[in-house]
Design a protein. Sequence first.
Length: 470
Amino acid sequence: MLGTSLVAMTRRPALLVLSGLFLLSATQCDAQIFHKKKRVNKSTSVENTAEPDKILYNKAMEDIKHGRHEVGRLNLQTLINTYPDSEYLAKAKLAIADSFYKEGGSANLTQAVQAYKDFDIFFPMLPEAAYAQLQVAMTHFKQMEKPDRDRTHAVAAEDEFQIFLSKYPNDALAPKAEQHLREVQELLAEGDFRIGYYYYVKEDKKAAESRLRAIVNRYPLYSKSDQALWMLGNIWQSSEKKEMAAPYYARLVRNYPLSPLVPNAKSRLKALGAPVPQPDPQAVAWMTAEQNAPRTHEAFIKKPLGLVRSGPGQELTSAAKVGKPTMTPASESEAGIDILNGGNPSQITGAGTGIVATITPTPGGGSGTTSSVETVTPATDGSEASPATQPDATPAPTAENPANGATATGTADSTPKTDATPAGAEQTADDAAKADAAKAQDGTQNGTNGDSKKESTSKKKKGLKKIIPW
């Protein structure tokens, strides 16, 4: 009995060890079975059942999201060429334009403008067409320079924002477009104001008046319009027509009542004997809202960087926040630039009419002041200024000129012949004309011969100088 008990006691640890090893192996097998990957039937997978155009679009958008713009555009172009009837066609075209815009650079932004315009042409009825038009304007807005630099992109941005607001006035993006249009017009007005102020300091009154008048007539929301009106009043007050300064002072008092220049403008109006207008209530409300509008101020650390920055800075923060921006496109008459037109034959309506130059100064816009008009008409073409003397006492008949409505006595070829004119006078006039033509021809020939002789002698002198330099 004792022996059997000892054998049993010695076998128990072995059994315990064996049972523990069995349980451990069983748990490991269960763990391996639990973590084993399940086989998936590829014929029913999501990637296999999805549309191939959708796969291309998603892959392209993922590439663009991670900065791989060229790869993403290549996949989107493959989608457009391979699946022209896909529902992702419009999204792919818009994504290509957005990719160019996000990548940046002058070349990519030019491609973005063209891509957005193509989208607007192919899909004008989609809701995204408004976004595409706004992005065209924002592409030019992104490339604007300082006020004293190239203003090509600023002018283009103004045109595109105006097109957007005229086509989509009720769109959700219209407030954003209006604010950007105010900023663009502030930049353009600042450039013209700097030129006008330069001429104003140089006392070039004509050039300064032209620039400043264009500013106050086209950009009433400009932050320095009151200063432009004050300078215009000073220009006219220092000239002979002092009464022309009153409308500008009156506009300053009426349209910018909270300006610090209003008291001085009122005193100038009293000195000129002109009535002092009352401030416009709408102008008071607008200037009050402008003063209370929140504005972002540039950090003190970034101010020195403005010297090397190419884009606008202070002009964007000082732009108006309230008010309707100007929606009319810029014209040549409002640009403040003198344009000289030559003798275009299409502008000559009558046989006896030359170039007519009309000068119409309109200071103050719609202030109600009369403008003086000066018309300059040269002599008739093909005839001299003084009429030819006639031997007969009977005067030549008068003919009305259809171009200017005035009666002119003339001996030009266009006037009809009458029996009162003798034939001898006509022959003498023809002989005199032929003699003058012959003299002129002889003079030109002599002149050309003299010029050729001078040229030959000068060439000989140059050749001698080459041989004998002293």
